[in-house]
Ligand binder design. Structure first.
Ligand code: PLP
Length: 257
């Protein structure tokens, strides 16, 4: 697995979430850092993009050397980074790309401006196999105002991404006790997954879920199975999460149960 993600020095989110999740699932992660951040278990205070040309050379080195079976993308610091990643990925159209659009930290800091969102729409959606926005990220990715999840899915499909999982952890929905995730699976009937809402807040839950989906896809699971098993794994990492800092709990991804 090739993972393009940000560095979170708390170790809760970003590339560490990818490496730990993939190791727990028996996959090898080749890590490329897209951005450095200053953050703690509460919120992100700084984001510094990595030089796009350097990211391009790292991708080229790994994709020429290793049999990469899937690519996972997380935090993207700038439009130039997005354009560079897209131009490298376009050379490898057979490798499935799983995109976790990190637009806002759960602590509240915006991690993507309007230009970044437009660059994701234009350059990455046509190359993406599966995207995993939460409900508010899905709304920001769609240019139309007040869209339903179904309208959002139709828009994302029209841009070239066949599979979309909208997670409901950030939206209370019909019941405050339940988190509902929705899979729009390339024209198949929409699947709903209900999970008991855990009482705490977590740092890196979205990264963990997207990395787990990528890992199961890398292992050859069909999308619906990968998505179901990844949610089960992520839920167990959240049930085992620990208050390692003063803010959100950190998921325990290696041997969570
Ligand atoms: N920092 C990095 C590097 C991330 O990749 C992410 C999420 O993917 C975050 C921060 C935000 O994590 P959270 O939403 O759990 O606050």
């Amino acid at each position: 697995m090739l993972c393009l993600s940000g560095l979170d020095p708390s170790g809760g989110a970003g590339i560490q979430a990818d490496i730990e999740t993939l190791a727990a699932l028996g996959c090898h992660c080749a890590p490329i850092i897209t951005a450095l951040t200053v953050q703690d278990s509460r919120n992100v205070s700084e984001l510094v993009s990595v030089d796009p040309a350097l990211i391009g050379r790292q991708m080229d080195a790994i994709l020429s050397d290793m049999s990469v079976v899937a690519v996972k993308i997380g935090l993207l610091g700038s439009t130039a980074v997005i354009e560079q990643i897209a131009s490298e990925l376009a050379k490898h159209p057979d490798i499935p790309v799983i995109l976790d659009p990190v637009l806002k930290a759960s602590g509240g800091t915006k991690l993507a401006n309007q230009q970044v969102i437009e660059a994701i729409r234009k350059h990455l959606l046509p190359l993406t196999f599966l995207i995993t926005p939460n409900a508010s990220e899905a709304l920001r990715l769609c240019p139309m105002p007040n869209t339903s999840n179904e309208e959002c899915a139709a828009y994302i499909h029209s841009k070239g991404t066949p599979h979309l999982l909208i997670t409901g952890g950030d939206s209370p929905g019909d019941s405050a006790d339940v988190v509902t995730n929705q899979l729009f699976n390339a024209g198949k009937p929409t699947q709903f997954y209900n999970w008991p809402r855990l009482a705490d807040n977590f740092h890196g839950s979205g990264c963990t879920l997207a990395a787990a989906i990528s890992g199961f896809i890398a292992k050859g699971k069909p999308v619906a199975n990968a998505v179901a098993e990844a949610q089960q794994y992520t839920h167990s990492t959240l049930e085992a999460a620990q208050p390692l800092g003063k803010g959100q709990l950190i998921p325990i991804r290696v041997s969570p149960t």
